[in-house]
Design a protein around this ligand. Structure first.
Ligand SMILES: [Zn+2]
Length: 288
């Protein structure tokens, strides 16, 4: 099966909207940012905050305008800080910032290529300080260019779905769970995810749900005879719930597992057994 998809969001990011039209900025959100989140944190949330899987590609030949913008922003950074900037065509997440100890990782829409100095300054202030006024300036710029953002064709990416594993058939599992828990109404695709080298993974996610293209991906390490069916079902069930529950915002934080989500997760018939199995086996499974 082949169909169109788009890039899943990077992990560790948060979203806040700047206006009623929901142009979104993505924020990095370190765990020590202050105060407890009002969003309940489940074991899942602790494992990784976004449902998307993390894939980082090696930097190839970079476009000149990207390097230029990166250097322009770098000029405004505090000493000891660097910036790694990527121009994107992502029409949903126009500006994404992840704040790492020594570097700001910025993903930003191509409309910012060749930005005038005033805008670059605002961008730098936003990147470094998450500055409200700077955010307003960027928001106005984005709004003025929205016609360009929405006109740009979605980058078509062929996603090959591979639901049939060596041991477990994800489509079977999905269809069964869909009938049992969702009256057969849940629409999503499902596939085994790619096998990643451990070094590529910031955190191990046993499953993910891509909101944009509604694809559930399950970690291929679970496609083994020693992994019981009820456990794979549980992983799939969790991701299916993401297809049912919207991501809720509270301030600039996103809550992936609101209380209704967690309550429904407990309706899974093998919930106890699956949790116990995970506790016992997951480290061994992922070679930790
Ligand atoms: Zn989740």
């Amino acid at each position: 099966m082949l169909f169109r998809g788009d890039t899943p969001p990077p992990a560790g990011s948060q979203v806040t909207s700047v206006d009623a039209r929901q142009l979104t900025f993505r924020f990095a959100d370190s765990d020590d940012e202050g105060g407890a989140s009002p969003c309940p944190i489940s074991r899942w949330a602790a494992r990784g905050k976004t449902p998307g899987r993390v894939v980082r590609l090696p930097a190839g030949g970079r476009p000149l305008e990207e390097i230029r913008l990166e250097q322009a922003v770098a000029a405004y950074l505090p000493p000891g800080k660097g910036v790694r900037l990527t121009l994107t065509g992502n029409r949903y997440n126009i500006v994404a910032v992840r704040r790492e100890p020594a570097v700001y990782v910025v993903r930003i829409h191509r409309i910012f290529a060749g930005a005038e100095p005033r805008l670059v300054r605002a961008l730098a202030r936003y990147v470094v300080h998450n500055d409200r006024r700077a955010s307003g300036t960027l928001g106005e710029f984005i709004e003025r260019h929205e016609h360009i953002i929405s006109r740009a064709p979605r980058r078509p990416r062929l996603v090959k779905l591979r639901p049939t594993g060596r041991v477990h058939d994800l489509q079977d599992i999905f269809d069964r769970l869909n009938r049992r828990y969702f009256e057969g109404t849940l629409q999503a695709k499902i596939t085994w995810g790619p096998a990643l080298f451990r070094a590529q993974q910031r955190s191990i996610k046993m499953g993910s749900f891509s909101v944009e293209d509604r694809i559930i991906r399950v970690h291929p390490a679970l496609d083994r005879a020693e992994v019981p069916l009820f456990f794979v079902e549980w992983i799939v069930f969790h991701e299916m719930l993401h297809g049912r529950h919207e991501i809720r915002r509270s301030g600039s934080r996103r809550c992936f597992h609101p209380p209704e989500f967690l309550a429904q997760e407990r309706e899974f018939a093998d919930y106890q057994r699956a949790s116990a199995w995970e506790k016992e086996n997951v480290d061994r499974l992922f070679g930790r």
